[in-house]
Design a protein around this ligand. Structure first.
Ligand SMILES: Cc1cc2nc3c(=O)[nH]c(=O)nc-3n(C[C@H](O)[C@H](O)[C@H](O)COP(=O)(O)O)c2cc1C
Length: 312
C-alpha cells in the first residue's frame, strides 16, 4: 500500500503506533517499524539524556524509520528540540502547546512535524504553521481526548487541509482502517491495540485487563479539571471521578493522579494505577506480534474493501 504518508515517512504500510508514555519504549517502537509501520517513542516522560538513550536503543533494534513524541510544556523543550535535530530524528509528534514554535525550530533542522489535534480548526492551524502532516484524534481514543469523534473529524479535516492526514481514535482492525480511509485518511494511528502485542512492554496484568474489558468499560476523567483522559474503569478512575465531582482542587487532583500510569503499565497495579485505553478495547481479544497484527489488518482491510465493492 502506498499513500502519501508512506512516501514521506518511508514506511511500507500506513499504520502508525501512537506514542504512549510508559508503553512505547524501544522494543515496541522497533517491532512496529520492523513490521513495516511507524513506531513512535513515548518521549514525554524523558529528560534529554534519557530521550537520546531511547532513540539510540531503537536504532540498535531497527534500521527502519521511527518517530518521537514530545511535549511542548516540557521544562527542557529547547534542549529536546536540539537533540532531535542532532540525532536526525525523522518525525516528531506532539499533542499540546503551540505547534508553530516547534515547527519553526524542527523544520530547518530537518525533522518533520505531525501534530496530534482534536479539532478541525487545530488541523487547519497546523497546516498554516507548516506541519508536514496532521493526526486527527477522536474522543474514542485512549489517553488525552477532545470532544469530537473520529468519524466526524476525518471528513471535515480532509475538506479543510491538503497536508497528509492520519486518523486516530477507535481503530483496532482492518475494518476501522478501511472506514478511516473511506473518510479521507491516508494513514491510521493506533494506541490501545498496540498495548496488547507480544513486543509491548506493558505489564501482563494490564494486557489481561484490556483483553477482559467490554465496550462500555472506559470512562473519561478530568472533564471538570480540564484535562480529559480516557481510561479503563477501575477503582483508581472511579475515585478520581468522585474527587472531581466533590470539588477537590486541581492541585489535589494532580497529586492524586501523579505516577499512576507508571503504577499501572510498569508495576501492573490494575486497581490503583491509571489504565489509559480507548473505547475499542472491547474488540481486543488476543496478543499477536506487531507483524502478525499488521498483516492481519491488511488482510481485513482488503476484505472490507472487496465487500464494499461487491455492493455496487
Ligand atoms: C496508554 C496510552 C498512553 C498514551 N500516551 C500518549 C502520549 O504520551 N502522547 C501522545 O501524544 N498520545 C498518547 N496517547 C494517545 C495515542 O498515541 C493514540 O493517539 C491513541 O491511543 C489512539 O486511540 P486508540 O487508543 O483508540 O487507538 C496514549 C494512549 C494510550 C492508550
Amino acid at each position: 500500500m502506498k499513500t502519501r504518508v508512506c512516501e514521506i515517512l518511508g514506511i511500507e504500510y500506513p499504520i502508525l503506533q501512537g506514542a504512549m508514555a510508559w508503553v512505547s519504549f524501544a522494543p515496541l517502537v522497533a517491532a512496529v517499524s520492523n513490521a513495516g509501520g511507524l513506531g513512535i517513542i513515548g518521549g514525554t516522560i524523558f529528560m534529554p539524556d534519557q530521550m537520546r538513550a531511547e532513540i539510540r536503543k531503537v536504532r540498535e533494534l531497527t534500521d527502519q524509520p521511527f518517530g518521537v513524541n514530545i511535549i511542548s510544556l516540557h521544562p527542557m523543550i529547547q534542549e529536546i528540540l536540539e537533540l532531535l535535530i542532532e540525532e536526525k530524528v525523522l518525525v516528531a509528534t506532539y499533542g499540546t502547546g503551540n505547534p508553530k514554535k516547534i515547527i519553526d525550530r524542527l523544520k530547518p533542522g530537518g525533522v518533520m512535524s505531525f501534530p496530534v489535534v482534536p479539532t478541525i480548526s487545530a488541523a487547519a492551524r497546523a497546516e498554516k504553521d507548516g506541519a508536514d502532516g496532521v493526526i486527527v484524534s477522536g474522543l474514542e481514543g485512549g489517553g488525552h481526548v477532545g470532544l469530537m469523534s473520529t468519524m466526524a473529524l476525518i471528513p471535515q479535516a480532509r475538506d479543510q487541509v491538503k497536508i497528509p492526514l492520519v486518523a486516530a481514535g477507535g481503530i483496532a482492525d482492518g475494518r476501522g482502517m478501511a472506514a478511516a480511509f473511506a473518510l479521507g485518511a491516508e494513514a491510521i494511528q493506533m494506541g490501545t491495540r498496540f498495548i496488547v502485542t507480544k513486543e509491548s512492554p506493558a505489564h501482563p496484568k494490564i494486557k489481561e485487563q484490556i483483553i477482559a474489558s467490554k465496550a462500555e468499560d472506559t470512562l473519561v476523567t478530568g472533564n471538570i479539571t480540564g484535562l480529559p483522559v480516557r481510561c479503563l474503569r477501575n477503582p483508581m478512575s472511579e475515585k478520581f471521578t468522585e474527587m472531581e465531582c466533590s470539588g477537590k482542587s486541581k492541585m489535589e487532583m494532580a497529586l492524586f493522579g501523579s505516577g499512576k500510569m507508571q503504577l499501572a503499565f510498569v508495576q501492573g497495579d490494575a486497581e490503583n494505577g491509571s489504565i489509559m485505553a480507548g473505547q475499542i478495547a472491547g474488540l481486543i481479544r488476543d496478543e499477536p506480534s506487531c507483524a502478525e497484527l499488521i498483516q492481519r489488518m491488511l488482510k481485513e482491510f482488503k476484505e472490507t474493501v472487496q465487500t464494499l465493492q461487491s455492493l455496487l
